[in-house]
Ligand binder design. Structure first.
Ligand SMILES: Nc1ncnc2c1ncn2[C@@H]1O[C@H](COP(=O)(O)OP(=O)(O)OP(=O)(O)O)[C@@H](O)[C@H]1O
Length: 665
């Protein structure tokens, strides 16, 4: 019993031991003493009935599942914390921290079976609780007293038990309330977690965005760096350009001043130029007038000279004729030649000019040069070389091999007189009428260019042998016919007419023609003396300023030998007859022209038919009668002189081939 008494306070206080061992011992002692089972009390009843024991707040011990850390959280603290969460809706960070601290698994376990240890109420301090006055200890035999005592104790314990039960009920309801709060908090937590998840996703997206923005920013920074470098380079360039611009501005100012000065000078010069142009126009019209006057005067001179001029040329004896006796020739004056026969019979002939053997090619051409100008002025010019074989016709028309110092000086004089390039005139001292005419033609054309004349030249070479025409520029023999047309004049069918732009081109063509003439014949010398060689230059001049057009021609003819049939051998008789017929026809035509007959028999021979245009009114003719100085040729010489004298009597009324074109043509 003592032990039981001593135990109760201990139990009440709850200080010493919460172990059930003492209770067991107490029960054993009761049993030993009372010998009744009813004395025995369950532990629960003992504890619940001890109403003197002050209750302490129940604490819930929770262990973190991972074991690494453990925490003991007061239930009130949790409640208040959760309430705080629910009420204040703390920030995600705070909640997260709490959630991290208490893992979900642990919380779930707690929800199912919370590890709650109800701390045993600590026994009240013996000091604080006034010890009840100890009832006198009933005697051991006083079972009634003892029973009453025990009954009181039992009543006390029952009350305590009831109080504790009430407290427990309160605690349970409080617990349930806390649990419901916890559930609310958990649902809130779930919502918060989902929100957090959303936030996390947003955060993740934001982080990604941040990352992309960062990379973009980095790229932008790089770009910015590049652009900055460019900008700096451009700045430097701008500086250089600014410097250049300033320099240019200065130059511009200088140039502007210069321009102003130049403009003033230019205006002044323009005024002068205007005056000069007016003067130039006046001079030009004067020049044109002068040119027209010159042409008129030239025409008058030519008319005074006669439209058919006859020159007589006596060739010198050639090397192999030194032992031959010469004819008695007397040169009375410039135009009179006197021949005496062996009987000293005198025959005198008057021509426009007589050239003794020592006369040079240049001297002869001086008389002819005016005709070249006439051809350029739109006249048809015809130059014949007439004479017996070997009298010097080819030499007169083409030239020879003589190298004469006198001739050279004469040529220089010629170039000076006619303003022709000395090199051209000196090209060959022995050049005859044909090459010299071409030199003079081109030289004059170049001069006339300055007063607005543009000339085009063409050339054809043909020969009439035995009354047959042969084109000397065509290797392939063709049949040629002479045609006469009122508009075109005389033309030859199938004849090659080549344009020429220079003297060189003409010489090339002439060489070709003469070569072909030589190849086509078995004996060139004989052949050449038996054919009439006709070189024709077609001249076409246009003056774009005045609108004048001149179409002239220059016919240069090396006639066949004029010896009579008596002096010809039998085999040459037919040739001679043909030659004489054509020469006779030429004489007849000239005579008819001289007599101004209505009918001019041009068609009596190929030669006269061909030269119709050159012999008719619209022409200027010059005949050079070549005679041999040999006495043995006296008869043929007399024939030639008589023929030439007959021609000399013809007075042809020349008409210029003048037409007009509009300046735009
Ligand atoms: N004025 C002259 N000065 C020097 N030599 C000349 C002169 N005239 C002619 N001769 C020479 O006389 C010779 C005969 O001249 P050329 O051949 O010109 O005569 P031709 O009348 O043409 O003869 P053919 O009718 O046979 O052609 C040639 O050797 C030539 O060089």
């Amino acid at each position: 019993m003592d032990n039981a008494k001593s135990f109760i306070p201990k139990f009440r206080s709850g200080v010493k031991d919460t172990n059930i061992a003492p209770l067991r011992d107490f029960n054993r002692r009761i049993l030993r003493r009372s010998k009744s089972v009813s004395d025995l009390k369950p532990l629960s009843s003992l504890t619940s009935k001890s109403g003197v024991v002050p209750l302490k707040p129940i604490t819930i011990k929770s262990t973190v599942a991972n074991g690494k850390s453990s925490s003991t959280t007061n239930l009130n603290t949790i409640t208040s914390s959760k309430a705080c969460i629910s009420n204040n809706r703390m920030g995600v960070a705070s909640l997260k921290r709490n959630i991290v601290t208490i893992p979900e698994s642990s919380l779930a376990a707690k929800r199912q079976k919370p590890e709650t240890k109800i701390e045993k109420p600590k026994p009240a301090q013996t000091k604080d609780v006034p010890k009840p006055a100890r009832a006198p200890k009933p005697a051991s035999y006083d079972y009634k007293a003892r029973y009453n005592l025990l009954n009181e104790k039992h009543t006390t314990l029952v009350a305590t038990h009831k109080e504790m039960k009430r407290q427990l009920t309160e605690m349970k309801s409080e617990y349930e309330e806390q649990v419901s709060k916890l559930k609310t908090s958990e649902s809130e937590k779930t919502i918060l977690e989902s929100k957090m998840e959303v936030f996390m996703n947003e955060l993740l997206q934001l982080k990604q965005k941040h990352k992309s923005v960062l990379s973009l920013l980095q790229q932008n920074e790089e770009l910015l760096t590049t652009e900055r470098c460019k900008y700096e380079t451009e700045c430097k360039k701008t500086e250089i350009l600014t410097t250049e611009l300033n320099e240019l501005k200065e130059t511009y100012c200088t140039c502007r001043k210069l321009l102003e000065t130049t403009t003033a000078t230019l205006n002044e010069t323009n005024g002068k130029l205007h005056c000069t142009l007016e003067h130039l126009d006046a001079y030009k019209s004067q020049l044109n007038d002068s040119e027209a006057t010159r042409r008129e005067l030239h025409e008058k001179i030519q008319n005074l000279k006669g439209n058919i001029r006859v020159l007589c040329r006596v060739r010198p004896p050639v090397v192999n004729e030194s032992d031959r006796s010469l004819c008695n020739i007397n040169y009375v004056d410039e135009g009179t030649i006197e021949l005496r026969n062996r009987e000293n019979h005198k025959s005198e002939f008057i021509f426009d000019q007589v050239f003794p053997p020592e006369a040079t090619q240049m001297e002869l051409f001086e008389d002819m040069a005016g005709l070249v100008q006439s051809a350029l002025d739109g006249y048809n010019v015809c130059v014949f070389a007439y004479g017996q074989t070997g009298s010097g016709k080819t030499y007169t028309m083409q030239g020879g091999q003589t190298d004469s110092t006198v001739g050279m000086f004469c040529n220089l004089y010629f170039s000076y007189k006619y303003s022709v390039d000395p090199l051209i005139s000196m090209s060959s001292v022995t050049n005859g009428i044909i090459p010299r005419s071409m030199d003079l033609l081109f030289a004059t054309i170049n001069k006339l260019k300055k007063v607005g004349w543009e000339y085009t030249l063409q050339v054809s070479f043909l020969e009439i042998y035995n009354e047959t025409i042969r084109d000397l520029l065509d290797n392939h023999p063709k049949h040629h016919e002479i045609r006469y047309n009122e508009g075109k004049g005389v033309t030859v069918t199938n004849l090659k007419i080549q344009p020429i732009a220079s003297v060189e081109e003409f010489h090339e063509l002439m060489e070709t023609a003469w070569k072909y003439r030589a190849v086509a014949s078995t004996n060139f010398n004989e052949h050449s003396s038996r054919s009439h060689a006709v070189t024709k230059i077609y001249i076409n001049g246009v003056n774009s300023e005045s609108g004048l057009v001149y179409r002239g021609s220059l016919n240069l003819i090396d006639l066949a030998g004029s010896e009579s049939a008596k002096t010809s051998s039998d085999e040459r008789l037919q040739e001679t007859k043909n030659i004489n017929r054509s020469l006779s026809a030429l004489g007849t035509v000239i005579l008819a022209l001289s007599n101004k007959d209505n009918h001019i028999p041009f068609r009596n021979s190929k030669l006269t038919y061909l030269l119709q245009s050159s012999l008719a009114g619209n022409s200027k003719t010059m005949m050079v009668v070549n005679i041999s100085p040999l006495d043995e040729c006296y008869g043929e010489t007399m024939n030639s002189l008589r023929f030439a004298f007959k021609v000399k009597g013809v007075n042809i009324n020349a008409r210029r081939n003048k037409t007009y074109i509009s300046p735009t043509e």
